[in-house]
Write a protein that binds this ligand. Structure first.
Ligand SMILES: [Cu+2]
Length: 493
C-alpha cells in the first residue's frame, strides 16, 4: 500500500505469505497490494456563499490527491469521471515520459468513463498533480502529491494548496485576455461580460501598476514589471477563503512541517508566517541549507516546506498567502486547543511585493548536482508579442516552436532571459534542475523544477543532467501564458 515504506511493504508481504493460513489475522495485507484508486470527478464547492462547479482528484475515502512515503512506487488506477476527456500530470515527479500525463506527448487524454494505470518509483518531497489538458486546471483539477521524506519524523504535517478561482469560465477569461490586449480586431479593452460580473481582466490597472513599479524599481536593482493577468473572485487555501478558513489544530510546543503548494493558475503569492519564524526545509521537494524568515515568495507551480515551532503558551497562528502586488490574501490558521481564533479579512491593508529572486539568491542546495562542465548550453528568451496576449519562447509559440535538443548523459545548462514585463515561473518536466546563475552571478542555488524568471530582463541559468529520455515540456506555469503560446519541449535526440 502506498502509505507504507517499501521496507514495511516487503515485510507485510512476507508476513502475509508466511501467515497465509491465518489470513483472518492479516486482512489488510492483500488489500495493501492493490493499486491506489484516484478519480477525477466534478464537485460543487461553496465559494463566498455561492456554489461553484469545479473538479476534484480524490481517493474513494475523499482524500484529495496522494500521500506516500519515500521509496514507494506509485501503483495507481486513475479513473476519469470528469464528464470530459482528461489527463493528470504529476508535477515534480520524474516518471518515464509515457506516464508524465501531458496530452500529445507520450499519452493521449483519457476519455470520460475510462481509466489508466500508472506504475513508477516516486520521488520524495512535496509535489502536486494537475490537469495538463485544456483549461481544466483553472477549475481546480489539482491536488497534493506528498511523498514523506521521513515518515517517522516527530513532526505534524500540514499541507496548504493555494489556488485562484473565478466564477467566469476559464475560456471566457482567456478570450477576454486575448481581446483586451488588442488582438482579434476588437481594439481597446474588452472586459468579460459574465452573469456574475465580478471577474475582470483589468488591463488599465496593469498599465498603471507597470508604470508605478517601473518607477519604483528603476535604478534600485529592484524587480519591476506587473503581475496578475486576472482579478479573481476568490483566493483559496485548501478550497477555502480566509473569511472561512481551515483551522488546523496543533500542539503547544509542537513542531509543524508546512507543505505549501502554489496550485494557482496565474497568481504568485508571498507567504507570511506572522509572528512565527520558519526555517526552509525543501523547495520543490529538494532539501536546501536552512534559511529562516517569516516571508517567502511562492510562484505558480512551486512548493516550499517550512518548519515551525509552535510556542509553548499556544495560541492561533495564521499562515497567510498574500496575492502579489495586491491586498487580497488567503490562508489557514494553526491553533492550539482552546485558543481564541479571530476572524480575518480577505484583504490586508497594504499591497504585497512583486515577486523576485531575493530569496532564491540566498538558497543553497543541500544535495547539489555533482560539479561538472556543461556539455551543452541553451538559451531561452521569454517574450510577449507587442501589444498582444501572445507569450513566446525564443519568439515562437507552442505548436510552431523549435524544440530544444539534448543528448542522453549530457550536463545541460539553460539560460532564461525575460524580455517581457511579467514574471514567468519556468517549469521543466521529467527533471529537477539546479539554479547555477542569477543574472551573471554563478551560485550553488537550489535544486527545483520551477524557477522564477523576473520581468524586465531578469536572467536565470539552470543546470540538469539529461538522464530521463523523452520529449519533455518546458513551459511557463502561468497557465494562461502557457495556453497563449509559452511552451516548448526538450527533446532527447
Ligand atoms: Cu508566463
Amino acid at each position: 500500500m502506498i502509505q507504507m515504506t517499501r521496507r514495511q511493504m516487503l515485510t507485510a508481504t512476507a508476513m502475509g505469505a508466511a501467515l497465509a493460513p491465518l489470513a483472518k489475522f492479516t486482512p489488510s495485507a492483500l488489500a495493501q497490494t492493490a493499486p491506489l484508486s484516484l478519480t477525477i470527478e466534478k464537485r460543487t464547492l461553496e465559494v463566498k456563499g455561492r456554489p461553484a462547479n469545479v473538479f476534484a482528484i480524490r481517493q474513494p475515502d475523499g482524500t484529495s490527491g496522494i500521500r506516500a512515503n519515500a521509496g514507494d512506487r506509485l501503483r495507481l488506477k486513475l479513473h476519469n469521471k470528469a464528464g470530459e476527456s482528461s489527463l493528470i500530470h504529476w508535477h515534480g515527479q520524474t516518471p518515464p515520459v509515457a506516464q508524465d500525463g501531458v496530452p500529445g506527448i507520450g499519452q493521449d487524454p483519457v476519455p470520460d468513463g475510462q481509466s489508466w494505470d500508472y506504475d513508477y518509483l516516486l520521488r520524495s518531497g512535496t509535489h502536486w498533480m494537475h490537469s495538463h489538458h485544456g483549461l481544466q486546471e483553472q477549475l481546480l483539477m489539482a491536488a497534493p502529491l506528498i511523498v514523506r521524506e521521513d515518515p517517522k519524523a516527530d513532526v505534524q504535517e500540514v499541507v496548504m494548496l493555494l489556488h485562484d478561482f473565478s466564477f467566469t469560465p476559464p475560456e471566457e477569461l482567456l478570450a477576454a485576455l486575448q481581446g483586451a490586449s488588442g488582438g482579434g480586431g476588437h481594439g481597446g479593452h474588452q472586459m468579460p461580460m459574465t452573469m456574475q460580473g465580478q471577474s475582470m481582466v483589468d488591463h488599465a490597472a496593469h498599465m498603471r501598476q507597470m508604470a508605478e513599479t517601473s518607477k519604483a524599481g528603476a535604478g534600485h536593482g529592484m524587480p519591476f514589471g506587473h503581475a496578475n493577468d486576472i482579478d479573481y473572485d476568490a483566493y483559496l487555501a485548501n478550497d477555502r477563503t480566509l473569511g472561512d478558513p481551515e483551522i488546523v489544530q496543533v500542539e503547544k510546543g509542537g513542531r509543524v512541517r508546512l507543505r505549501l503548494i502554489n496550485g494557482a493558475t496565474t497568481t504568485a503569492f508571498t507567504l507570511d508566517t506572522g509572528i512565527l519564524t520558519a526555517s526552509i526545509l525543501t523547495v520543490d521537494g529538494n532539501p536546501v541549507r536552512p534559511v529562516t524568515g517569516r516571508s517567502f515568495p511562492l510562484a505558480m507551480g512551486q512548493r516550499i516546506d517550512l518548519l515551525l515551532d509552535i510556542p509553548k503558551e499556544g495560541g492561533a497562528f495564521p499562515i497567510l498567502a498574500l496575492r502579489e502586488t495586491a491586498i487580497e490574501r488567503t490562508g489557514i490558521i494553526l491553533a492550539t486547543p482552546g485558543a481564541k481564533v479571530s476572524k480575518l479579512a480577505d484583504t490586508g491593508k497594504a499591497a504585497s511585493a512583486l515577486i523576485g529572486l531575493g530569496l532564491e539568491s540566498r538558497l543553497i542546495a543541500a544535495e547539489p548536482l555533482v560539479e561538472r562542465k556543461p556539455d551543452r548550453k541553451l538559451a531561452v528568451e521569454l517574450g510577449q508579442a507587442m501589444g498582444q496576449y501572445i507569450w513566446t519562447l525564443n519568439n515562437q509559440v507552442h505548436g510552431m516552436d523549435t524544440p530544444l535538443k539534448v543528448k542522453l548523459g549530457e550536463r545541460v545548462e539553460i539560460t532564461f532571459l525575460n524580455h517581457s514585463m511579467m514574471m514567468h515561473p519556468m517549469h521543466l518536466h521529467g527533471h529537477h534542475f539546479q539554479v547555477v546563475a542569477i543574472g551573471q552571478k554563478r551560485v550553488q542555488g537550489a535544486v527545483r523544477d520551477t524557477v522564477i524568471v523576473p520581468s524586465g530582463m531578469g536572467a536565470v541559468t539552470v543546470a540538469f543532467d539529461a538522464v530521463n529520455p523523452g520529449r519533455w515540456p518546458l513551459h511557463c506555469h502561468n497557465l494562461f501564458h502557457m495556453a497563449a503560446g509559452m511552451m516548448t519541449t526538450v527533446d532527447y535526440v
